[in-house]
Design a protein around this ligand. Structure first.
Ligand SMILES: *Cc1c(COP(=O)(O)O)cnc(C)c1O
Length: 378
């Protein structure tokens, strides 16, 4: 038996024909840029998330960058975010000319720890970028309270959290802007790159539409210096089909997580926590193990794929040496990078696959896994 870390084919199998038809409609129309499919997807996503407007972009990274740019974040500003995220979160801040300021994470949710945010706020602080990592929302009520108290903007990085919610309000609908990625492995993934910003501000939506299209609302008349970062029609057509199945796919992820959770709750591993009021959509199912590397090697030998998200926190990345970060600055994030391991998680994962993975994890934890190469415990 083999369980790959990710297998997107299983969930797409039943809808390949529907996707091909949608793609063919775009090919036949020969209208590839900002046409009906993008507009239809923007409208559906805005409604689904609970925001008034949505603006498609070329990637999730650009959704973040353009949101910050449109909100006036730039040189001389500081933006608070987490060091434990995909690089694009901080990269988007840097691209505007602003400086990312990191705040350590909560050891159980892996999200920005709100109680550490205020001590990093100063006159230069302009915005907070909370990242809903692995599909779990940050403590948005606390973060919103802090932002209001200090008049800060909020741009949610909801790249991993499409469909997730907190107290009945969806990821992306909490901040001034919410950003999604349609990178193929994301919960709502396209057949290439794509992204979207949602907002309830008409002014911001208009500005985003300008900026993604060279600052131009009327062809060859440029109000702003924008970029080329449009979502294309082919991606939008694919995403419109996939969006119909997303709820079902997220439910499958949640079911697999509940099977893992039940089976691993008595193991010595730290398993994902979903605090009350949260609807976690398990983009990744990540556990902590003190013997992470040995566990990963053992599972690989048993035909089970795993992943490490993320092996190096952002304050220790070579490209951010200039920010002056050093080992020990964010102890929770640093410890997490050395212990975290993501187990197989995707909508096509069968319950028997989850049970097989768990049986092998238990075998390792109980020390039954070849005592010479792997010692007991975690
Ligand atoms: C995927 C991802 C992004 C970037 O999205 P792309 O579409 O790949 O540019 C940003 N932030 C987080 C947390 C992500 O997981």
């Amino acid at each position: 038996m083999r369980v790959p870390f990710i297998d997107l084919a299983v969930s797409s199998r039943g809808i390949q024909e529907e996707i091909r038809k949608a793609v063919n409609r775009v090919l036949d129309s020969q209208r590839f840029i900002l046409d009906g499919s993008v507009a239809a997807l923007e409208e559906k996503i805005a409604r689904d998330v609970g925001a008034k407007y949505a603006v498609g972009t070329a990637s999730g990274s650009d959704a973040l960058y353009l949101s910050l740019l449109a909100l006036g974040v730039g040189a001389g500003d500081e933006v608070i975010t987490t060091p434990f995220t995909f690089f694009a979160t901080a990269g988007a801040v840097s691209r505007t000319g602003a400086r990312p300021v990191f705040v350590d994470i909560d050891p159980h949710t892996f999200n920005l720890n709100p109680s550490l945010v205020e001590e990093r706020i100063n006159r230069k602080t302009k915005a907070i970028v909370p990242v809903h990592l692995f599909g779990l929302l940050c403590e948005m009520d606390s973060i919103l309270r802090i932002a209001r108290r200090h008049s800060l903007l909020i741009v949610e990085d909801a790249a991993q959290a499409y469909g997730a919610g907190y107290r009945g309000k969806k990821a992306g609908s909490w901040g001034d802007a919410g950003c999604f990625s349609f990178y193929p492995t994301k919960n709502l993934g396209g057949a290439g790159d794509g992204g979207m910003v949602v907002t309830s501000s008409a002014g911001l939506a208009r500005k985003l539409k300008l900026l993604r299209d060279h600052g131009s609302a009327r062809k060859y008349h440029h109000e702003e210096i924008g970029v080329n970062s449009r979502l294309d029609e082919l991606q939008a057509a694919v995403l419109l089909v996939k969006l119909k199945y997303l709820k079902e796919w997220n439910e499958k992820r949640r079911f697999c997580a509940s099977v893992y959770g039940e089976g691993l709750k008595d193991s010595p591993l730290q398993i994902p926590k979903s605090p009350a009021g949260n609807r976690h959509v398990y983009h990744l199912y990540s556990i902590l193990s003190k013997k992470r590397d040995a566990l990963a090697r053992f599972l690989a030998g048993e035909g089970i794929g795993t992943g490490i998200y993320y092996p190096l926190p952002l304050h220790l990345q070579p490209c951010y040496r200039s920010l002056g970060g050093k080992k020990g600055d964010f102890p929770v994030a640093e410890r997490t990078t050395s212990q975290i391991l993501s187990l197989p998680m995707y909508p096509g994962l069968a319950e028997r696959d989850v049970r097989f993975v768990m049986s092998k994890v238990h075998e390792f934890c109980d020390g039954r896994a070849d005592g010479h190469r792997f010692s007991a415990g975690v």
